[in-house]
Ligand binder design. Structure first.
Ligand code: GLY
Length: 451
């Protein structure tokens, strides 16, 4: 089978943009931000909208797109840059690789921004440059129209994108396997994190987000790695690789430090897994992602009733958001060039036109509320957490006093947080779990830990 070259893929993307959006578009890649002095910078990550059309993470560059044509604006490396950073391809060489129709120095951009729409980059220096060149303080109507067109385009992944996400996912699977193998001999979270990220770095990839490797899984985005690994604890690892061209993956597994789940841990693990499996079973075109979230909530509520933690009818408990005491986040999000794809646009990508985030306790953190379509990539990541800030809050405790058997809950005190997360591509008739090479069942996880 012949695969498209990078230049072909990029040409098709800009032609599809031209079919949706008539005005010229200028997108900036951004600049690295200084840590403390200009020569010592945070790792550079090019803007994702730029990457989608330019294909490579150029620093301090811009592209102009109009009627399917691409003009690249960037400066040649100076002798000083070559001295410190080594030789780099010329502007013409890069233009050829990405199939640009023209290539000009960055200073020429000044003459090519009339009536152009854009999207704001994250770094302040480039954002100021955008503001000055376009002569406006905030997004204009044409920028919103561009954002909507990009959401339409980037939401449905082409073959190039899918291949890249698969590559990131495959490396993330290996990273998780390495984390499990490292656990029996590791003394602290940091050692497991290092074993996992080592795999990602050794493949020439980076992390798509700050790794979460923690025995305090109840802190949803815990970015501390100093805790000791003691037998009896569960380790939650949410680690995903990103390809050199920016495509992300996002996997979470939770495993017992000792190599074997305790009976309460196993009970709760199986409840979370049942929610995970039920969502994947139902994921297909036309299904509302919000309904998958509510399905996960109901399966969790059912499981917690069976274990005697929640009391009542599962559907009523979900209607009252009682499940959110233990599952306060949404069941997942879009995945693509960003781990939460296009979240720089707020909820424009996550929420279908006319929909808004709910203020309900059990729905407020839902990041995606759209019908699924073939070519979308999403995560499915239900969890169970005992978050002190939620469970000990007096108003909530009062509100849910009849829904929770607090004495029974104490018998599960060796479970702080469990999350099971896979990356799922929506296909024509159903879905494909891109990360399925990494097992989810408790038995399979225990046997990986024995290796
Ligand atoms: N895996 C990190 C996140 O979804 O926010």
């Amino acid at each position: 089978m012949q695969t498209d070259s990078l230049a072909d893929t990029l040409r098709q993307r800009r032609q599809r943009l031209a079919n949706l959006f008539e005005n010229p578009v200028v997108l900036w890649s951004g600049k690295p931000s200084a840590r403390n002095f200009p020569a010592n910078v945070y790792p550079f990550r090019a803007n994702s909208h730029f990457l989608y059309f330019a294909g490579i993470p150029l620093m301090n560059a811009a592209i102009r797109l109009e009627a399917g044509k691409l003009t690249l604006f960037m400066d040649e490396a100076t002798p000083a840059q070559a001295l410190w950073h080594g030789p780099s391809p010329s502007r013409q060489e890069i233009a050829q690789d990405i199939g640009a129709d023209a290539a000009l120095p960055l200073s020429e951009l000044l003459h090519h921004t009339t009536a152009a729409a854009t999207l704001r980059v994250q770094d302040a220096t480039t954002a100021e440059q955008q503001r000055q060149l376009l002569g406006r303080q905030s997004n204009g109507d044409q920028d919103l129209a561009l954002a909507k067109a990009l959401v339409q385009l980037r939401m449905i992944h082409d073959q190039g994108a899918i291949a890249a996400i698969r590559q990131a996912a495959a490396v993330s699977v290996q990273a998780h396997q390495a984390g499990m193998v490292a656990t029996p001999i590791a003394k602290a979270e940091a050692e497991v994190r290092a074993a996992m990220e080592q795999v990602i770095l050794a493949h020439g990839l980076t992390c798509a987000y700050n790794s979460i490797v923690t025995v305090h899984g109840e802190v949803l985005h815990n970015e501390h790695y100093h805790h000791a690994l003691n037998a009896g604890a569960l380790l939650l690892a949410d680690v995903g690789a990103e390809t050199a061209t920016g495509w992300a993956s996002d996997i979470t597994r939770t495993w017992p430090v000792s190599g074997k789940f305790s009976p309460p841990q196993r009970d709760l693990y199986d409840v979370v897994l049942a929610a995970h499996d039920a969502c994947i079973e139902k994921a297909k075109p036309g299904v509302e992602y919000r309904d998958l979230h509510l399905l996960a909530c109901r399966i969790l509520a059912e499981g917690l009733v069976d274990l005697g933690i929640l009391q009542g009818q599962p559907d009523d408990l979900v209607d009252q958001d009682a499940h959110a005491l233990f599952f306060p986040h949404g069941v997942g999000h879009l995945l693509g060039l960003d781990v939460h794809d296009m979240e720089d646009l707020g909820d424009l990508a996550g929420y279908a036109e006319g929909r808004q985030r709910s203020e309900r306790f059990g729905l407020g953190f839902l990041r995606l509320d759209r019908p699924l379509q073939p070519g979308m990539a999403v995560t499915i990541e239900p969890g169970f957490y005992q978050v002190p800030g939620i469970l000990n809050e007096s108003q909530r405790r009062e509100q849910y006093c009849d829904c929770v058997n607090w004495d029974r809950l104490e018998q599960f005190d060796d479970v702080r947080g469990i999350r099971i997360e896979d990356d799922v591509l929506i296909t024509e008739n159903g879905c494909e779990v891109i990360t399925k090479a990494l097992p989810t069942s408790a038995e399979a996880i225990e046997s990986l830990l024995k290796r």
